[in-house]
Write a protein that binds this ligand. Structure first.
Ligand code: AMP
Ligand code: ZN
Length: 468
């Protein structure tokens, strides 16, 4: 049984999907206007652990992710410039070029961190007709209105708009609306735009025809529609970073349930932020922390995964190079220990099954990944043969994805063949013979090896050889 903290109920609950054995999971994807920072990737990594944990415990998971390539404004509310347009201007490229480049960069970073690709990846720009259909439905049902060229969602029409946050919108709007001028077209402060035809920044590059004029969708509508397109009317788990709780996920719930007429998603999984020592992680100020930057400094991306797994996803995590150095050293030590395990003996199946069951119980209790690391040490200490240890490590690595056995193989000394050992011994004997001025013996060794197709090459670094 998996247990999860549900933001909606503010409690850790048993996870029970709507359909037995099947999980429909939706993840808010990246806004592809820049590289992802390692904070963004912490969120995707912990969502990856969740997905793999569900699969590990036997669920058939369908995971859907959107790619935001239009409509996410610089404020999480509805104001400011479109992030994609901003990225395109910065790099003097088209929005589509920017989207393609950073989408690929995102998945390449994910691959380095062993984050599995979702089953469905859907860019917002491919779903415009779905957005229009849903917005039309919302207008028809009386949940949306048109004002000054834009279509707004009327938050006063939903019963429990603040259910996910448990706070009033006024309290929450403070941070979001800082330095933002009030949109006077809205009926209520918390109303949000579903479709823009007019914005302060009307030089939008990508626009589409719609019943309300040429324009573009708001950010929130894309996740509701992409989820419904691929998972239907019900979702088991929706994921994102904590900053998504308000207004993004709050608005997603409001519009989805207004459109569908019933509860939409049962579990809300939110990952806390990774911060740098100055506070918030940023893509524009200070050092822009990316996976490539860590690699250029000589870190194995999987040491960053190890660093994240050591702490709980519901706690903020502070990044520092010192902390990463420590995690990296612990990870490498662990690999060395694994490298020393001999793959010998028959696998003790009962032991491996026990490890799997304990892992589900401990780590599956609200994704306690730190206990996943403890499980590795417990396997190393267990009183079983090498083959069983390696098999158990491979099993739990289906979730942890630290490449424990694969990376450890790089640490292990390369075993030399008998022939290699024999040649090396003869090379050493020849060197000694030369030193002793016994050139006859030295030549004899060279010639006898030559007859066997082995040619010696004397270089400044010593004698090497080739084999025909
Ligand atoms: P974005 O590309 O800005 O839409 O963000 C992608 C994902 O990263 C979202 O789920 C955010 O909630 C999450 N996120 C943003 N900043 C951080 C951070 N500092 N730490 C962890 N996750 C973050
Ligand atoms: Zn979303």
């Amino acid at each position: 049984m998996i247990r999860l903290y549900n933001t909606l109920s503010r409690a850790v609950e048993d996870f029970i999907p709507r359909e037995e054995g099947k999980v429909q999971m939706y993840t808010c994807g990246p806004t592809v206007y820049h590289f992802a920072h390692i904070g963004n990737l912490r969120t995707y990594m912990m969502e990856d652990v969740l997905e793999k944990m569900l699969r590990f415990s036997g669920y058939n998971v369908k995971r859907v992710m959107n790619i935001t390539d239009v409509g996410h404004l610089t404020s999480d509310g509805d104001t400011g410039e479109d992030k994609m347009l901003k990225g395109a201007k910065r790099e003097k490229k088209t929005v589509l070029e920017i989207a393609e480049f950073y989408k690929n960069a995102f998945f390449s970073d994910c691959e380095k961190l062993n984050i599995k690709k979702p089953d469905v990846i859907e860019p917002a720009t491919q779903c415009i007709s779905e957005f229009i259909k849903t917005i039309e439905g919302l207008i028809e049902k009386g949940f949306a209105y048109i004002a000054d060229g834009n279509v707004y969602f009327d938050t006063s029409k939903v019963k429990d708009y603040n259910a996910l946050t448990g706070h009033s919108s006024d309290e929450l709007m403070v941070g979001v609306r800082e330095d933002v001028t009030e949109d006077t077209s809205k009926k209520n402060k918390s109303d949000f735009v579903l479709w823009f035809t007019k914005s302060k920044f009307d030089d939008q590059e990508l626009k589409w025809d719609s019943p309300w004029g040429v324009g573009y969708p708001g950010w929130h509508i894309e996740c509701s529609c992409i989820s419904m397109k691929h998972c239907g009317e019900y979702l088991d788990i929706h994921c994102g970073g904590v900053d998504n709780i308000f207004p993004h996920h709050t608005n997603e719930i409001a519009q989805s349930e207004a459109y569908l007429g019933h509860k939409w998603c049962n579990y809300w999984f939110h990952v806390h932020h990774l911060n740098d020592e100055t506070g918030k992680m940023s893509k524009s100020k200070g050092e822009f922390l990316t996976v490539s930057l860590l690699e250029s400094k000589g870190y194995n991306p999987l040491a960053y995964r190890f660093f994240c797994l050591q702490s709980h996803y519901r706690k903020p995590l502070v990044f520092s190079y010192e902390a990463l150095d420590q995690a990296s050293a612990t990870y490498n030590k662990l690999l060395k220990k694994i490298a020393s395990i001999k793959d010998e003996g028959e696998i003790d199946e009962a032991f491996v099954q026990r490890v799997r069951a304990d892992f589900i119980k401990s780590v599956g209790n609200d994704m306690n990944t730190a206990l996943g690391i403890t499980a590795i040490y417990n396997i190393l200490k267990a009183d079983v043969n090498g083959a069983s240890k390696l098999d158990a490590l491979k099993a739990i690595d289906e979730v942890l994805s630290l490449d424990l056995v694969k990376e450890a193989a790089k640490e292990a000394p390369v075993e030399k063949s008998e022939l290699e050992l024999e040649i090396e011994a003869l090379i050493a004997e020849r060197a000694q013979a030369k030193k002793d001025k016994n050139f006859a013996r030295a030549d004899e060794i060279r010639n006898s090896l030559k007859e066997r197709g082995i040619t010696l090459l004397d270089t400044r670094e010593g004698t090497t050889y080739t084999i025909e």
